[in-house]
Design a protein around this ligand. Structure first.
Ligand SMILES: [Zn+2]
Length: 876
């Protein structure tokens, strides 16, 4: 599954970077089902009329009783069971049933059930959800639709089942829909049965699948065939949107083929439909053969599509398709390996996306996201990414950004250590051994150890089973030697309660003054001395070549300065991205002073790589978030201009014929930062002029600049412009246009309009997943930093009525930032049981650490940074 956008925007309040938090549902209920009565297949019939409030259905489940029992349980939540009968062959078995917990039904047999095969038949009715979870309905364009989102445990709200990932069985699905509606599920249609008022779709039986990757969609759907895959498939849209499906249909086959090549086996299911859903919490979901996407991700207008949309589309498709093998074909045994499911899909998807669409530099984006995970991991509130998960846990909270980004980075590090082909052989042996079944993380490590002949397992465990990350120090010794040492990396002033040791695959790059070499070592002890091959003297050393290691690093301050000044010589572009991320960590860790930090950044102003400049803006964001108060806004604006203007001059205000995608991806960020934080009147006016053109005649502005143009035009916008953008948002036919206008509504800075915008976020015709955009966007301005927390605490009840309950776990993030006063208020607010959901305390602990780090850093280094920034202004 993929992170919803609002989670990303809430996470903007995290200290160092916008983090991509995952989207997982709440594993609620009373523990796990017993395994003495196992389902072996399920036949499911559902009557889905999306125009109605409820639905009805029947389930016929084949059971294998393995030991004599007189009762068993299955999952069923908020369903009314009209009948539940148990048969042994043709003989009815006397039973009673009752709803034992909100999510489970217990069947009692009058006499103990002898081992053997049984059939359980259940008729039931239920209500569609209106919160875009489980089985839900929605209206759009005057038509009604039904969609599903089951991960992790919401299939039980649609039909009775054994709703845990280890129960993998064939499902035979039959859907009856009103005439004129069409239906999609996980497999090809075997036949359709027309009747006077309805059409019945009988789908082929699935291979063994867990319930959480089943999917259904019904309504007046449109289908655009995807040509060139190894199986048939379509882009499926709501009525009137199929014209926006062409780009996805083009992009999918090469990604599918790339994955088939890597896994060395064909795609495992009989068809692949991708479905664009207007109301959807995650970005996308890997249902077997029926992947669902949020519509503004999947559907693009060829005339107004931005490079960033295509990059996201490539990334999302590759991630969800990678799950078809890793997650769907081989499924985690239980949710405690959810991190592996997601980390692998993230790693694999980005690898294939980079291979098929290298222009989007996905690997660089990953490295930037990894910096965020490393920041979280540098605090005591971090936890091991692999840890026990109970059925009571909120999996949204359990599978945090560490699961995705740290997990992915660690897999990447071990791929480099073992060698990509060896790693691939291990992965494919693992898939072969567990195909159609379940596995645990340990199964993958042992497959990798077997394929490589190295003890991958014990090294991986040091990164997975303990929280935190190491700091590697490289000290040059005479005679071409280097001393490497490790200790836990923690932000300044924090002492670890216990010692930790990692087995770290390290790549060193160094030069003897004439040629650059790379050497790989495993640092398994506190320290080791390495003789650098072929170097009698060492001119420079970089202790994270690639950069492929999940660790922070430091060298002497002279060497650090030398690397910064000679970055283009000593480091590849992606290593420079890593270098800048590492600098922020050294600042947070108290290993670099604030004035040194702000002095080093402009050295990258002339860097030729657009990706490095994009990362440089992450570093500027650190300066802004931590140090810039209102009195420093002007000196900071000058600093931003000095640091970024050279890039804008080099890459240009407007798109040039034949320029790389990386430049088109960078330009809107450059324009936005220079206009907003750099207060550059020329850039602001330019953005404003683009916005006017786009509003007057859409299709005449470089699509990559539309979003930023609308946002920057709003900064000085008046009531009339606000009303215009609101109207455009409400009437947008293209999903991305809707998102752009919504984003712009959060940029109006006039206090009266800002207040109106905040009201609108809950009172306007926004979809549930859109309500966070305006408050979180407003907070990017120093004047409105208080808005998200204030808005959340004053409207908690209303917000809770609009979003699935488990997503409330993210609400503590609204108190992120640098204000301990706000944090204290939040602690009081969340002490009230009415404001608590499962897992909230872990989020609050993370936010608390983040705020304290930020406030501490401001206090410690603020004077130095302030002196540097104001001096810069004075010297001009
Ligand atoms: Zn996923």
């Amino acid at each position: 599954m993929h992170s919803p956008r609002f989670v990303r925007s809430i996470a903007r309040f995290a200290l160092l970077l916008a983090l991509a938090l995952p989207a997982m549902a709440l594993a609620s209920g009373s523990g796990r089902l017993m395994r003495d009565v196992l389902p072996t297949s399920e036949r499911l019939r559902l009557n889905l009329d999306a125009r109605k409030k409820g639905f009805s259905g029947s389930a016929t489940i084949q059971l294998n009783v393995t030991t004599a029992v007189d009762s068993f349980q299955f999952h069923s939540e908020a369903l009314k069971l009209a009948r539940a009968t148990l048969m042994r062959g043709k003989v009815p078995v006397a039973t009673t049933h009752r709803q034992a917990t909100p999510t489970t039904v217990t069947v009692h047999a009058t006499k103990a059930l002898a081992p053997g095969a049984y059939t359980l038949a259940i008729d039931f009715t239920g209500q569609f959800s209106a919160q875009a979870q489980g089985i839900y309905r929605l209206d759009t364009g005057g038509q009604s639709y039904c969609f599903t989102q089951f991960e992790s445990d919401d299939a039980r709200k649609a039909f009775p089942c054994w709703d845990e990932p280890s129960f993998k069985i064939p499902f035979s699905i039959t859907l009856t829909v009103p005439k004129g509606h069409r239906a999609v599920a996980n497999t090809l249609v075997a036949r359709t049965i027309p009747a006077k008022l309805t059409t019945t779709y009988v789908f082929k039986a699935t291979p063994p699948v867990p319930s959480y990757i089943l999917a259904m969609a019904t309504g007046p759907l449109e289908f655009v065939p995807i040509h060139g895959m190894s199986v048939p498939g379509n882009v499926v849209t709501v009525k009137g949107k199929s014209a926006l499906a062409a780009r996805a249909a083009e992009m999918i086959p090469p990604i599918m083929a790339g994955l088939e090549r890597y896994f060395g086996r064909p795609y495992p299911y009989d068809k692949m439909d991708v479905i664009a859903v207007p109301e959807f919490w995650p970005g996308a979901m890997e249902n077997a053969g029926a992947v669902t996407f949020r519509d503004d991700v999947l559907l693009v207008d060829p005339k107004t599509v931005a490079q960033s949309q295509l990059s996201t589309l490539s990334e999302y498709i590759a991630h969800e398709f990678a799950h078809q093998w890793f997650g769907d074909l081989v499924t985690m045994d239980w949710w405690d390996d959810l991190w592996l499911n997601e980390a692998f899909a993230e790693w694999m998807g980005d690898k294939i996306s980079d291979e098929v669409n290298p222009q989007y530099s996905r690997g660089v984006t990953d490295l930037r996201l990894t910096q965020g995970a490393m920041s979280t991991d540098a605090r005591l509130s971090t936890r091991a990414i692999r840890r026990p998960v109970s059925a009571m846990d909120n999996l949204l909270e359990a599978a945090d950004e560490l699961a995705y980004q740290k997990g992915q980075a660690v897999l990447g590090m071990f791929e480099q250590w073992l060698g990509p082909e060896t790693f691939r052989a291990g992965v494919n042996a693992y898939l072969k051994e567990h195909e159609w079944g379940n596995a645990v993380g340990e199964d993958l490590w042992s497959a990798l150890s077997k394929a490589s002949g190295k003890d991958a397992s014990s090294a991986m465990k040091t990164f997975l089973d303990q929280g935190g990350l190491p700091l590697v120090t490289a000290d040059l010794l005479p005679g071409g030697q280097v001393k490497l040492s490790q200790k836990r990396f923690l932000n300044y002033g924090i002492t670890a309660p216990e010692e930790a040791l990692w087995r770290i695959p390290i790549s060193l790059s160094y030069s003897d003054g004439s040629s650059v070499r790379t050497q790989h070592v495993l640092l398994a002890d506190r320290e080791m001395t390495v003789t650098l091959e072929g170097a009698k003297t060492v001119a420079w050393i970089h202790p994270n070549a690639g950069p492929s290691g999940y660790y922070r690093w430091t060298v002497s301050s002279d060497m650090m300065n030398w690397l910064a000044s000679n970055a283009a010589v000593a480091m590849t572009p992606v290593e420079r991205v890593g270098f800048l991320g590492n600098l922020s960590a050294l600042l947070a860790g108290g290993l670099l002073h604030g004035d040194e930090y702000v002095r080093l950044l402009p050295r990258f102003a002339d860097d030729p790589s657009p990706e490095v400049i994009l990362t440089l803006m992450d570093n500027l964001e650190v300066v802004r978030r931590v140090f810039v108060t209102k009195d420093l806004a002007d000196p900071y604006a000058g600093y931003v201009r000095r640091t970024l203007a050279p890039s804008l001059a080099r890459f240009g205000l407007a798109r040039r014929e034949g320029e790389g995608a990386a430049i088109s991806l960078l330009r809107p960020a450059l324009i936005g930062t220079l206009a907003d934080e750099g207060k550059d009147p020329r850039v602001l006016a330019y953005a404003d002029s683009l916005a006017k053109v786009h509003v007057a005649t859409p299709g005449n502005v470089d699509p990559s600049l539309i979003g930023v143009a609308l946002e920057m035009s709003a900064i000085q916008g008046n009531e009339a412009l606000f009303a215009e953008y609101k109207k455009r948002f409400e009437n947008a036919e293209i999903p991305a246009e809707r998102s752009r206008y919504l984003g712009a509504l959060g940029y109006f800075r006039d206090p009266k309009i800002a207040e109106e915008a905040i009201q609108y976020s809950l009172q306007g015709p926004l979809r549930p997943q859109e309500v966070f955009t305006i408050p979180t966007t407003l907070a990017t301005s120093l004047d409105y930093e208080e808005v998200p927390y204030k808005w959340m605490s004053e409207n908690f009840g209303t917000i809770a009525s609009k979003i699935p309950p488990m997503y409330l776990v993210y609400m503590p993030f609204t108190a992120s930032g640098c204000s301990q006063e706000r944090l204290e208020k939040a602690k009081v607010f969340f002490a009230d049981p009415k404001h608590q959901v499962a897992g909230y305390e872990k989020q609050l602990a993370k936010v608390s650490d983040q705020v304290n780090d930020c406030a501490g850093l401001r206090q410690r280094e603020g004077a130095l940074v302030s002196a540097y920034l104001t001096q810069q202004v004075g010297s001009r």
